[in-house]
Write a new protein. Structure first.
Length: 170
């Protein structure tokens, strides 16, 4: 328990990631009607746990170290890179995987390929996130961070203190 108050920024981020991953399990249960424990360790899907983690990190650093601190600047840049990767590069790679998963069986059936090595495997299509999944991940990250930091007394429960921290006005 002492570690949580000694390292609140790390634990807030980890709790946000765990919460987002657990949400994936629950969402899958509601939609599909069955429990799939693998969803706890899956990337992609609703909400973005990567976004929840880095948004939590960024929020925690801003609240604990200050919005004009070097640490916040570093975490904001990291947050931006991860969100760009989740919505851009990884999403595009998922679309390529979907196209390959459709194309390869057709090519194999037509016997148009001579070397079929590694072509029988199916590629993972759910790699990235759409903007809404990233948005929900960001909300989860901020929400869990605020609950964690307030709950462990890292930041004040006084509304005027919180407003001062957020706006930077004392």
């Amino acid at each position: 328990m002492q570690y949580m108050t000694t390292y609140p920024i790390i634990f807030a981020a980890l709790f946000s990631w765990v919460f987002a991953q657990a949400m994936k399990l629950i969402i899958y249960l509601v939609i599909e009607g069955q429990i799939n424990i693998a969803k706890l360790f899956d990337s992609g899907g609703m909400p973005s746990s990567h976004t929840a983690l880095v948004t939590s990190l960024c929020t925690s650093v801003g609240l604990v170290r200050g919005w004009s601190s070097t640490e916040f600047a570093i975490s904001a840049v990291l947050c931006s890179v991860v969100i760009y990767d989740a919505t851009g590069i990884r999403r595009s790679a998922g679309r390529h995987a979907a196209a390959l998963n459709e194309l390869i069986p057709q090519l194999l059936a037509g016997k148009l390929l001579r070397n079929k090595k590694n072509l029988g495997q199916e590629y993972r299509e759910l790699l990235g996130h759409n903007p809404f999944e990233v948005f929900v991940g960001a909300i989860v990250g901020v929400f869990v961070t605020l609950l964690f930091l307030y709950g462990y007394g890292v930041i004040s429960h006084n509304p005027s203190d919180v407003a001062a921290v957020i706006t930077g006005i004392q």
